[in-house]
Design a protein around this ligand. Structure first.
Ligand SMILES: NC(=O)c1ccc[n+]([C@@H]2O[C@H](COP(=O)([O-])OP(=O)(O)OC[C@H]3O[C@@H](n4cnc5c(N)ncnc54)[C@H](O)[C@@H]3O)[C@@H](O)[C@H]2O)c1
Length: 435
């Protein structure tokens, strides 16, 4: 039976804490698409299709024609940053999109100015800026963000809002006592508990305002029991963490392929060189630790060495990120994969992915905003595992291991959409004569 999905009437406000390279690339991109200058390449909601029914039925609509998604012409952007730069200046500094394209979008980009941020240098040591809120305590700061959210909604005449964290990666913080219940979290906010970084304050504010929240960075943010409980109580969908782009995208494409062919892997060495502000922040060992934890889990979860000891028991996996300014946003992701085949004979695969970080991440921000809004209109709340497809370190329910294999993630996402519309689920496991 199809789910009752509210229609996406009016405007959707997309709020972005952190308005640097990724944020400006998605904002400028949406304007460029809306003006007919470019196409939304890499966006599942805009370009993806979905097969329905039996193969013989030939029903493969665009996803956006199948489920009622917000039209990207109805999106308005806003957000917060520690720098005062408007989106034209910020996009120019980020150096991702060329000046010629940005000039064509200048009035729209200049009109978006970041609101004052909740920031504390303790959690991101490499940067500092002037556009920062002050408050009596962390709860007071959360209240200020809630007020920003309400003001933005009223001023821009939005029907609905979503928030996607596109801020820098904070230092590694482990889940602790203060994160366990809503009461302890709120107490911690009032007492300025050290284990509550700014990203948690934004997430708390969003959820309290009934605004769906996605976390594009690896820091904990909404991935703690108190936030999950709060999201359930407030009927808000949440998801995270860390956009799956670049090297991890490649890993989750290549590793499942090697595994299904029962090829062994002795070692996987990954190194990245990048020169944008994200690279600078990740040059700090504490911020890198958040990223490292997020990147390392992927291979093991896909290969399941405990189930295939002959193939993966001794796999040596190493991930490095090096800040190298000359590359700017054009990251280079190197992978050396030592594999072995029939009778243990050794082979090597080398991947040198000359990617563009924010070009890969921007469509994910758009898709997450649009799908979270769909989830909200479909009355779905708590962790949205079907959106794991977009994350390096998917947030999952307690006691469950995340799924990293991109093809399984895709199947789960598409089946969720089919389920919403009362269509038959497709697992591609049907017998030859019946599919
Ligand atoms: N680009 C990718 O492929 C990719 C992939 C996965 C994750 N990410 C993550 O996305 C995030 C954004 O990446 P980016 O390349 O745009 O980085 P960026 O440095 O260009 O932008 C981040 C912005 O966040 C701002 N900021 C930091 N703390 C803030 C706070 N508390 N409140 C408001 N603003 C704050 C910074 O001033 C900066 O402008 C990073 O955490 C990065 O690790 C990016």
């Amino acid at each position: 039976m199809a789910t009752n999905i509210k229609q996406p009437t009016g405007k959707l406000g997309v709020l972005l804490p952190g308005m640097g390279a990724v944020a400006t690339t998605v904002i400028a991109g949406v304007y460029a698409v809306n003006k007919g200058i470019s196409k939304p390449i890499g966006s599942t909601t805009q370009m993806g299709t979905i097969r329905l029914g039996k193969r013989t039925e030939n029903r493969t609509p665009l996803i956006k024609d199948f489920v009622p998604l917000t039209n990207i012409k109805d999106i308005v952007f806003g957000g917060w940053d520690i720098f005062e730069d408007n989106m034209f200046q910020s996009a120019t500094n980020a150096g991702v999109l060329d000046r010629y394209l940005l000039e064509q979008l200048k009035p729209e980009l200049e009109a978006i100015k970041p609101m004052k941020a909740v920031f504390n240098k303790k959690y991101i040591t490499k940067i500092d800026g002037p556009n920062v809120k002050t408050g009596a305590n962390k709860m007071d700061l959360a209240e200020q963000v809630r007020q920003d959210i309400r003001d933005f909604k009223a001023k821009n005449n939005c029907d609905r809002l979503v928030m996607v964290w596109t801020g820098s990666t904070e230092i590694y913080i482990q889940e602790s006592e203060v994160h366990q219940t809503i009461a302890s979290l709120e107490e911690g906010l009032r007492n300025n508990h050290d284990d509550i970084p700014p990203s948690m304050i934004y997430a708390y504010a969003a959820i309290k305002e009934g605004v769906p929240y996605a976390n594009g960075a690896p820091n904990l943010s909404a991935d703690v029991p108190a936030m999950i409980q709060l999201a359930k109580e407030n009927n808000v969908p949440i998801c995270g963490k860390d956009f799956k782009t670049g090297q991890t995208l490649m890993k989750t494409i290549v590793a499942p392929g090697l595994k299904v062919r029962s090829l062994g892997i002795a070692g996987w060495f990954s190194t990245n060189i990048l020169g944008n502000r994200d690279g600078e922040v990740l040059d700090d060992p504490n911020s890198f630790k958040s990223k490292e934890v997020s990147k390392l889990g992927v291979i093991e979860s896909i290969l399941e060495p405990e189930k295939h000891p002959d193939l993966y028991k001794d796999l040596y996996h190493k991930v490095r990120i090096n800040y190298y300014p000359p590359h700017g946003d054009n990251k280079e992701g190197w992978d050396n994969i030592d594999i072995f085949g029939w009778l243990g004979y050794k082979m090597q695969i080398k991947i040198d992915f000359l990617c563009r970080d924010s070009i890969l991440a921007a469509p994910l921000v758009l898709d997450l905003a649009i799908f979270l809004d769909l989830a909200s209109r479909s009355n779905m709340s708590g962790i949205q595992e079907w959106l794991s497809f977009f994350f390096k370190s998917p947030q999952t329910k307690v006691g469950l291991n995340p799924i990293h294999d991109i093809f399984k993630q895709e199947m789960k996402m598409l089946n969720t959409l089919r389920h919403l519309k009362g269509e038959e689920l497709i697992t591609h496991l049907g017998l030859d004569y019946e599919d």
